[in-house]
Ligand binder design. Sequence first.
Ligand code: AHR
Length: 306
Amino acid sequence: GLVPAYADLPKLKKKDTYKVGFAQTESNNPWRLAQTASMKEEAQKRGWQLVYTDAAGSAAKQVADVRSMIAQKVDVILLSPREEKPLVPAVMEAKKAGIPLFLIDRGVDANLAKGGKDYVAFIGSDFIKEGEMAGEYLAKAVNGKAKIIELQGTVGSSPANDRKTGFEKAIKAFPDMKIIASQSGDFARDKGRQVFETLYQAHPDATALYSHNDEMTMGAIAAMEAAGKVPGKDLILASIDGTRDAAQAVSDGKILVLVECNPKFGPAAFDAIVKYAAGETVAPRLVNTDRLFNKDNIAAYMPESY
Ligand code: AHR
């Protein structure tokens, strides 16, 4: 039977196959494409139907996408919420409609919706820890002294909020680690390039870059090289994800430290659905273990990159 903490949650009947909705946030980067591919592969493997939507970078569209999944009476919804607050109504509407929902990779505002109560569970990385890992490694590598430009992810998204928090927490112990400029590049390569270019022109004394994802990092590398600077020498780089391009940049000495954020959620998400339908306890937070890559261990990871 269901444990008491689940009393509020919609139940899921045990069936041979399910109609699963996957509400993706955008598709303009390799991380998102790898995440979608993982969901599609897993659905195909199990012979389940996948209703896939792409919010194309709009929280409002993503809310509408979830509503359409509710109208289509999917059995269960997997949601990667673009931003923490705007997607809360979608979570609550699914609950009201009796459709169990799992948050995949990103979270929603914890004061407004709770795992094990409003949605079944969050499955994803600990973004605070990712930021901490990047900050600690960087601080040690530069002997506690750096003028840092920070490229933030999408404003209002849990990875941007938490990766900032974690990094700041880690560098607090080092009084000469200073963030001298910080702005959002929306997790996108070209935006990252443009924002970095502007910030670096205003702060040519910068010695390090902390970027919330690899796509923005690759954009910043392009801007550095266009300015005649050498990434890895003139500026020390810390990044998060583990895309193929970033792994290559680690191998080439351009990125010093790369913290993993694994997008391949299909197996874990579908396993959690099966468990939930069987009435087993699903923890409200299922956290991935993220590895840290540098020049010494990147080669072994490269075949897994995307
Ligand atoms: O939510 C995870 C983040 O979203 C990834 O780091 C980023 O690349 C993606 O767009």
